[in-house]
Design a protein around this ligand. Structure first.
Ligand code: FCA
Length: 324
């Protein structure tokens, strides 16, 4: 009796967030389950689940309603926490409330959640990419390849696939714009094409409108928030008879979307991508959540990951560097 009590007290003093007997269950909620990047994140999160023996519950949350239902459902399933890339970062307060109401730990990945005034929510740890720096790498890659091809910048249009309501998207493309400007690219040649959504089809539609409006350019460089943005634009340029020697597109991501393009027998306008790490974003966030639940170790408030320019030529080495 006494020893049982002593054990209990001892356990209490360690204050485990989940008792050892309780199986750990972690949700991994993503806004666009069909996008290869998110499938890769899930795959690496599964790896953490296998290693540590917890259950990973993968849920696609394309809108706010589904997101709240998913969080409530996780609690009903006795999960202890979740990692989320929300369909809209402005749902931040809703995520925070749903997590608190259900006693779940929450951490965000890729897109940092904001409050009503647009400020990041500090109670939700975050792992994202260093968006502006990665955008600069995109811009520098475009500049270098224009030089290799001997293009006159005055004859080149730069298409920015814009999704400015998402801070990470805005920062990524701003980095690219700044790198272009710093290299002397004429600001007047930078054209915005605004995407309604962040998928390939929306990019294709936005790019078509911009190409119609700005038919004067001989060549194009293309950039956007992710590989889907650039790929959709490349398909639009192809539709107008612009071949790979007239277009340089550099995306961000490096998942299947880019790899499929590199696997084509001859190069397309999709010249490269800045590879970012689905392994860190999937495995590490899931692992951080696991440690938060089992050891009460709160993840770092913000972790920003880096990227490396990857093309058809160096894809094998660069992926190997990333442990992929
Ligand atoms: C955002 C984008 C994804 C991916 C991720 C790292 O969530 O929508 O395509 O780039 O950031």
């Amino acid at each position: 009796m006494i020893s049982a009590l002593a054990m209990t007290l001892c356990n209490l003093s360690v204050v485990p967030a989940a008792s050892a007997a309780e199986p750990v269950k972690i949700g991994f909620l993503v806004k666009q389950a069909e996008e290869p990047w998110f499938q890769d994140e899930w795959r690496f999160a599964e790896q953490a689940a296998h290693e540590k023996g917890f259950t990973l519950v993968k849920i696609g949350v394309p809108n706010g309603e589904k997101m709240i239902a998913a969080i409530d459902n996780l609690a009903a399933q006795k999960a202890q926490g979740f990692v989320i890339c929300a369909p809209d970062v402005k749902l931040g307060i809703a995520v925070e409330r749903a997590a608190k109401r259900n006693g779940l730990k929450a951490m965000s990945v890729d897109d940092q959640l904001v409050d009503g005034s647009g400020k990041p929510i500090s109670s939700i740890p975050h792992m994202g990419i260093s968006a502006y720096e990665i955008g600069k790498q995109v811009g520098l890659g475009l500049v270098d390849e224009m030089k290799v091809r001997g293009w006159k910048m005055t004859e080149v249009g730069a298409m920015r696939l814009a999704f400015d309501q998402l801070p990470t998207a805005r920062e990524r493309t701003q980095g690219a714009v700044d790198a272009l400007k710093a290299a002397g690219f004429p600001v007047a040649n930078i054209v915005d094409a605004t995407q309604a959504k962040t998928d390939t089809e929306s990019a294709f539609n936005a790019a078509n409108i911009a190409l119609t409006k700005h038919a004067q350019f001989k060549h194009w460089v293309v950039f956007g928030m992710n590989d889907e943005a650039v790929l959709g634009t490349i398909r639009a340029t192809e539709g107008r008879g612009l071949r790979s020697d007239a277009v340089i597109g550099i995306g961000i991501g490096g998942s299947k979307t880019a790899l499929n393009e590199f696997a084509k027998p001859s190069p397309t306008g999709f010249y490269g991508t800045v590879l970012i790490s689905p392994k860190r974003h999937g495995y590490e966030t899931a692992m951080n959540m696991y440690k938060w639940i089992t050891e009460n170790k709160v993840p770092a408030a913000v972790t920003l990951t880096t990227g490396t320019l990857m093309t058809r030529v160096n894809q094998t080495e660069v992926r190997a560097q990333f442990g992929l």
